[in-house]
Design a protein around this ligand. Structure first.
Ligand code: 13P
Length: 249
């Protein structure tokens, strides 16, 4: 995996996975599972970060966390700091996932603090953005995405960042955006990022599976996938990685 590898396939396990299952999963991965031009990362729950760190790094798979708190340390019961994630072997941290925006009510101000704290600790954030169905139907998709990306306004442009476009209506529903919607929306996201002085890769997420991954990854402006449910089994996750390799190859 080289740092100029643009395509990333990342598995967000959400609140799934126990130690035995995780170890069996890692054993199922090939010695060097990433095909040329594709980088692989896994985001298991916090409890599995440290135990998975070494076996994954031996297989050239990067590790990430699903969230973080912005403070460095102290009396913040139940929270995990960016440096703790580094200590556990993380390279990435997911921020702004719609499940945290909607269920835990994380807003832009909090996400910005987490972004800054993550950079300070040397993590690469994967910033998730996406519209709800009502917003898409009301023709407000671009407005919503612009507002979510506005936290990058005035923020240092040289820090590592990956963006993941995940339409909320496509997450865990089995519905994916059509290739036309993906191309159009990714073009808008890249345009907005350029306006904000950033050239970063943009992943697609939302019901990506082995059957639709190649067509989605082949869309203009898509540089990888953030995979939820289909990343829980090593076999289907690797099929998505291979589909991405065919699409970018
Ligand atoms: P699903 O692939 O299960 O739809 O989840 C997508 C997601 O939220 C990844 O972060």
């Amino acid at each position: 995996m080289s740092s100029d590898t643009r395509c990333l396939v990342a598995g967000n396990w959400k609140m799934n996975g126990l130690l035995d299952e995780a170890m069996a999963y890692v054993r199922e991965l090939r010695e060097n599972p990433a095909p040329e031009h594709v980088e692989i990362a896994l985001m298991p729950p916090f409890t599995l970060l440290y135990p998975m760190s070494k076996p994954l790094s031996e297989k050239n798979v990067r590790l990430g966390a699903q969230s973080v708190y912005f403070e460095e340390k102290g009396a913040f019961t139940g929270s995990i700091s960016p440096m703790m994630l580094r200590d556990a072997g993380c390279h990435y941290v997911i921020l702004g996932h719609s499940e945290r925006r909607d269920i835990i009510h994380e807003d832009n101000a909090l996400i910005l603090k987490k972004l800054q704290a993550s950079w300070k600790a040397g993590l690469e954030p994967i910033l998730c953005i996406g519209e709800h169905l009502e917003e898409r139907e009301a023709g407000r998709t671009n407005e919503v995405l612009r507002e979510q990306l506005s936290i990058l306004e005035g923020v240092e442009g040289d820090k590592p960042l990956t963006v993941a476009y995940e339409p909320v209506w496509a997450i865990g529903t089995g519905k994916t955006a059509t290739p036309e919607q993906v191309v159009e929306t990714h073009a808008f996201v890249h345009e907005e990022l350029a306006r904000l002085g950033r050239d970063c890769r943009v992943l697609y997420g939302g019901s990506v599976n082995p059957g639709n991954a190649e067509a989605l990854m082949a869309c203009e402006g898509v540089e990888g996938a953030l995979v939820g449910g289909a990343s829980l089994k090593a076999d289907s996750f690797m099929q998505i990685v291979e589909a991405a390799a065919r699409a970018v190859g």
